[in-house]
Design a protein around this ligand. Structure first.
Ligand code: UDP
Length: 384
């Protein structure tokens, strides 16, 4: 316990918006809040969420960092110039901390060089699958080279992320797999609230499928829309999430797809929401439809903790969470017909699916308990 009191951690994250890696960081930083600082490379609602939990936070730059996931080496080098003032700033701040904890890839780039300059230890929390589907060769090479050279410890959010890191040339000996943790109490929602939310959505008598994710092509919202067209008439879907990283063209395509399939009455886009446990509890089934391997898949665990049946795309971290036929369903990624079959089973055999959901609740509570996960992180940090 006393480790929390003395370990001074400078957490770094590039995003001002709360994606999965950022929501995970809130749970990790909370026990260290007396002595930590979360440095962000952009301002936004993520800062508000940290402040609400009394976690110290500082916006370290307001300038956008122009490296994209698919950047070339030349573009990467050009942006290094732009990064120099930020690196120096981080190195100066880091002198007041014991270690730098980089939570995203750009944070790794800044944190690695700053750790060298300030002689502080570097920890990298790997929330990504470093595969060609997700990152350019240049980005993978830079991330792996910096992590190999500077990190004392890499926390991978799943075995799938660890394997991809090693396949991309990363050192396996410094990687420890630690899953995201969740406070199961936050996912226990009372039935009165659930009923009124279903009324509010005007979907009381429908079979509701929930999709909870930022709107992005690889998250596969289009796959669920296509599957709805092949599902029983009472099936409707709610899409919860926003285009966090500028995928406006995809949003347009999704709306066009809905009108082309004449599904306007069966599909609702709710935008970004903060009441995920309530919305999940209002669903009859939660679908995860990523077309590329998911590094972890927080939404899958969250749905399980709400006691809801889950169908997930059979790749990446999802396979480590869902045991098909025991605590949920797995379907081939990008196969709407197969997904529609599972949906139909769920509509027709509610007793079978409620048994899976009960098992899911038990397995998620024991495997992803935030207190246990935080202990694992503390232990891993105290060893370096
Ligand atoms: N989420 C949210 N509001 C939304 C949509 C998603 O708070 O409108 C949360 C969701 O509950 C989950 C996280 O965003 O905790 C997404 O994490 P996940 O691992 O599923 O995907 P990522 O964003 O990391 O790719």
């Amino acid at each position: 316990m006393y480790v929390y009191e003395y370990m001074r951690i400078l957490f770094l994250d590039q995003s001002g918006k709360p994606g999965g890696a950022e929501l995970c960081l809130i749970d990790i930083a909370k026990p260290y809040r007396q002595n930590c600082l979360v440095g962000l490379f952009a301002d936004g609602s993520f800062r508000d969420l940290l402040e609400k939990k009394q976690i110290p936070v500082k916006i370290l730059t307001n300038q956008a960092i122009e490296v994209r996931k698919e950047s070339s080496f030349k573009q990467g080098l050009a942006s290094l110039n732009q990064l120099l003032p930020l690196i120096i700033k981080v190195a100066n701040i880091a002198r007041d901390y014991d270690l730098i904890y980089a939570n995203t890839q750009k944070a790794l780039v800044i944190g690695a060089i700053a750790s060298f300059l300030s002689r502080r230890k570097l920890v990298y929390h790997l929330h990504d699958i470093l595969s060609p589907e997700h990152f350019s060769k240049t980005n993978r090479t830079i991330a792996v080279a910096l992590a190999n050279r500077f990190a004392k410890l890499i926390i991978a959010n799943s075995q799938a992320s660890k394997n991809a890191f090693i396949e991309a040339g990363g050192r396996g000996d410094i990687v420890e797999v630690i899953y995201n943790g969740f406070d199961s109490k936050s996912y226990q929602i009372n039935q009165v609230e659930v009923k009124s939310l279903r009324q509010e959505l005007q979907l009381e008598d429908k079979f509701i499928i929930g999709h909870f994710s930022r709107l992005s092509p690889w998250k596969g919202q289009h796959v669920l829309i296509e599957a709805i067209a092949h599902s029983p008439a009472e099936v409707t879907a709610i899409f919860v999430g926003d285009a966090l990283f500028g995928e406006q063209e995809y949003v347009k395509q999704l709306h066009e797809q809905v009108s082309k399939l004449k599904l306007e009455n069966r599909i609702k886009f709710l935008g970004f929401r903060s009441d995920i446990p309530q919305l999940m509890s209002a669903c009859n089934l939660v679908a995860h439809t990523s077309t590329a391997a998911e590094p972890f898949g927080r939404v899958i665990v969250e749905a399980m903790l709400c006691g809801k049946p889950v169908v997930a795309a059979n790749a990446g971290g999802a396979i480590e969470i869902v045991e098909p036929g025991v605590n949920g369903f797995l379907v081939t990624p990008n196969k709407p017909q197969e997904l529609a079959q599972v949906i139909t089973t769920c509509v027709k055999e509610p007793s079978k699916t409620s048994m899976l959901a009960e098992n899911a609740l038990c397995s998620a509570r024991s495997k992803f308990d935030v207190a246990i996960i935080n202990q694992q992180i503390t232990q891993a940090l105290s060893k370096i």
